[in-house]
Design a protein around this ligand. Structure first.
Ligand SMILES: O=P(O)(O)OC[C@@H](O)[C@@H](O)c1c[nH]c2ccccc12
Length: 260
């Protein structure tokens, strides 16, 4: 079994457990449930922003511990002040060392869109995302059927949430396209075996219909590559480890942006 299969198996247990503890009514009563999410498109295309979606990630299955000391409120505010267009916060506990409270803390101090970065397999998690104050959810093509992608996308849109679909190859892209999506992300990392290749982004960009925001995800560590991705047609760049692995992620993003 590859790591992605393991994550999804564990995620099913986790969701079944939490559903018994927190009812849908509880989620709907949460403070943030009534707020209108920010528009991903508006922020990503804003002239005074960089297109960077800056991620808060403590650990990952591929790299192990990335940063054990960073404070989520501090780092996400630094990302925001440096010019990030949006934030991505890992909420997976077992494999990425995240938690709901990380997203809630980031929400409390930032007025830009926040992506709930997790493995969505159930509508219940979309309600959680809304309750915690997220603006964007992630749907990973390789772990969902086309029907699930369409249904989850519609469910999220009905709640006012933005939807980012993640693909890793042409087959996933072609089978997963749905009107209930806002952005399509090409993951340069193969989640099955962790190999990375930026070329994946260049190969797929022209296959993404222009009505969707185009995002390149993972393994970006060079400002010069951002310029190339922009020229190729990308609007957004999801960057985690490159900032998180440093002692001061807020300083790292500032220096990166100065070189863009
Ligand atoms: O840390 P990186 O290489 O800059 O990658 C960020 C982001 O793309 C990566 O964390 C990611 C992409 N898709 C995911 C799905 C689940 C968890 C994590 C991810």
């Amino acid at each position: 079994m590859n790591i992605l299969d393991k994550i999804v198996l564990r995620k099913k247990e986790e969701v079944a457990d939490v559903k018994r503890l927190v009812s849908i009514q509880d989620l709907e009563r949460a403070e943030h449930f009534k707020r209108m999410p920010y528009s991903f498109k508006e922020f990503l295309l804003a002239e005074d922003r960089t297109g960077i979606i800056a991620e808060f990630k403590r650990r990952s299955p591929s790299k192990g511990l990335i940063n054990g000391v960073a404070d989520v409120a501090e780092v996400t505010q630094d990302y925001n002040n440096a010019g990030a267009s949006a934030l991505s916060v890992l909420t997976d506990v077992d494999f990425f060392g995240g938690k709901a409270d990380d997203l809630i803390s980031a929400r409390a101090v930032n007025k830009i869109p926040i992506l709930r970065k997790d493995f969505m397999i159930d509508e219940y998690q979309i309600l959680e995302a809304k309750a915690w104050g997220a603006d964007i959810i992630l749907l990973i093509a390789s772990i969902l059927t086309p029907k699930q992608i369409n249904d989850f996308g519609k469910f999220a849109h009905d709640l006012g949430l933005n939807v980012l679909l993640e693909v890793h190859n042409l087959e996933e892209l072609e089978r997963s396209i749905s009107p209930n999506l806002d952005a399509i992300g090409v993951n340069n990392r193969n989640l099955g075996d962790f190999t990375v290749n930026i070329q994946t982004s260049f190969d797929l960009v022209n296959r993404i219909p222009n009505e969707f925001l185009k995002i390149s995800e993972s393994a970006i560590s060079d400002p010069a590559v951002i310029r190339e991705l922009k020229t190729a047609g990308f609007n957004g760049f999801l960057i985690g480890e490159n900032f998180m692995k440093t002692e001061n992620p807020g300083e790292a993003i500032k220096e990166f942006i100065e070189q863009m």
